[in-house]
Write a protein that binds this ligand. Structure first.
Ligand code: IMP
Ligand code: MG
Length: 178
């Protein structure tokens, strides 16, 4: 694989689509076991998770539903001064087994600020599946239950992840050069 250019930056090959496919299949297999008979609802966080969510969902052989939400953050009145609200969450989550699907847990802020709103809807359970995690960047008490790859604290693009909106369509994962 060759280096690629996304906007003004150069990225080098990092994780191949074959390796990605293997890890996603392994997570789907684990979810098939863990959620047998439970009819989970996968909740993909847009935009970044759409490709991982699609591949993961196709790997499920159990009964399962999928829905997508967008998170918008604004300055709220909470002690943190920061509130995240979900746009497009129309499903009744009461009593459901929810699997949040994320592209990456970086600082963990996104998931951390969204969990209270989710819990408020009284699902039966909440787990998190993330394509990537950057443990060194983590600033909140958030732990994914399913992680395809833990990576160093470096900027990556591809497989749904973007640099300024571009690069999401790359089938492999690339890391910023230098
Ligand atoms: P958080 O810091 O865990 O809240 O992650 C915030 C968001 O930052 C993620 O959902 C991604 O959209 C984005 N992000 C974090 N690291 C990267 C990266 O290396 N490449 C592309 N997007 C990233
Ligand atoms: Mg994202």
């Amino acid at each position: 694989m060759a280096d690629i250019q996304v906007l003004d930056k150069t990225f080098v090959p990092f994780i191949s689509k074959e390796e990605i496919c293997q890890r996603v299949a392994a997570i789907a297999a684990q979810i098939n076991i863990d959620y047998a008979g439970k009819r989970p609802l996968m909740l993909g966080i847009l935009n970044g998770s759409f490709i991982f969510a699609a591949d993961l969902f196709r790997g499920l052989t159990i009964d399962a539903e999928i829905s997508f939400i967008k998170l918008a953050s604004y300055k709220g009145t909470s002690s943190t001064g920061h509130v995240v609200t979900a746009i497009g969450m129309e499903e009744d989550l009461h009593g459901r087994h929810i699997i949040i699907v994320e592209d990456i847990i970086d600082t963990g802020k996104t998931i951390h600020s969204f969990l209270p709103e989710l819990k408020h809807r009284q699902p039966a359970s909440i787990r998190i599946a993330t394509f990537l995690a950057k443990p060194e960047a983590l600033q909140h008490d958030v732990k994914a239950d399913y992680t395809a790859f833990e990576i160093e604290n470096k900027f990556v693009v591809g497989y749904g992840l973007d640099y300024d909106g571009f690069g999401r369509n790359l089938p492999d994962l690339y890391v910023l050069k230098g």
